[in-house]
Design a protein around this ligand. Sequence first.
Ligand SMILES: [Zn+2]
Length: 428
Amino acid sequence: MKLWNELNYERRQQYFGARKQGLSERASLNYVDLEDTRKELVPKYTCVLGAAAWEVERKNYEAWSSFRGLLKAKSKGKLPPWTRNVSPPGYWKDEETGRRKLWILVRHEMYTVDPEAKVIYISRYNLRLRFAGEVRWYGKQERMEIWYDDARRAWYASIAVKVGAETTRNGTKPPHILQGERRSIEVARPKGDKVAGIDLGVNILASVVVGDGAWIIYKGARLKEDYFYFEGRIARLESEASRAKSAGDEKKYNRLRAEVRRLKRKWTARRLHLYRNLASHLIHGLWERGVSKVYIGYPYDIAQERGNKYSVNIWAYRELVGAMEAKAREYGISVYEVLERGTSSHCAYHEVEVRRGPRGVVTCPVGDHKLHSDLNGALNILRRGSGVLVEGNLRPLSFIVDHNGVAPTNSIASKKGGNAQNPGTYPT
Ligand SMILES: [Zn+2]
């Protein structure tokens, strides 16, 4: 694989260049510019390889990422005992026998698998490959790797499968589902058939209403702190880097860019960690309450919201939904996404437009009753998804999501000087 070797050559040059200057392994890794090398080299190959060129790059990128992970483990003394030496990704050597050699990478939408006829069909090359063996997992197919093993004198294919992912966001069946035997990695079955609606937000990361009348909220204060801390540092470093560049200080510029990349990775990792804590606490709690179906608002408003710079990153919300979906699969809970448009601006009980007041309280013109906006959002999502409308004087069970877990806090209602919901004034 020429592209692999060329990419890897550049990346190794950057790495060993820094090592020669006496930098540590981990510090040297920051000099490997995965972005630039990709932009420079991949386009040279796309005319020949097509999309496969990007797949090769991704594979190489993953190899470098796992190298980074190993170094981190090494620094903490957590390397598995059989791993004596950690070294950066190597080259594909054609002359060596018995070694797994990469032949081709095929993107998920470029092939189909027929598990009964035992045929893999790759449309781009009009290739039909017969295979032996069984297809084990059921789910969305991802990249396929095909390689030749010299020692066994046989071709092999492996397919990455997103287990359990069977439908797309709007509920239609995607065309590239691998129909293996097992659908999900399930550790439990739902205890009941209750439903829950989840409204994702910024200050309140998740506001959850359960069909039995429970209201649970998760506060996002820690995430917000992290956001300001990381975004601030990154912005300062970036402007320092651009000053260094215009001053012609290449060395300083590279050092600063490497630091920016390191911070971005760290910030993503911390965010994901918080999301997983939340997902794990929430889904387990819902399972205990006997929930079997969960409706999550697709954060249309969050993406559009102004004045909350950190909320515009829609990918962060996909991360959160992804963490919840993964956890829900373990408990056999189904997750549906509900388009959130209008859910925060209309009363869940009367479907008329509400007035937004201070402290996140909305007022409905019908009977002039008040609702906490996060409660209203979750009620609307639950109603839209399942048809269930929860009534009554709901008081929140409140939690804060932190890096070392999830802890209960005081009710938002008591702190903010007002009722989350104005009891008794809304007609049923
Ligand atoms: Zn109303």
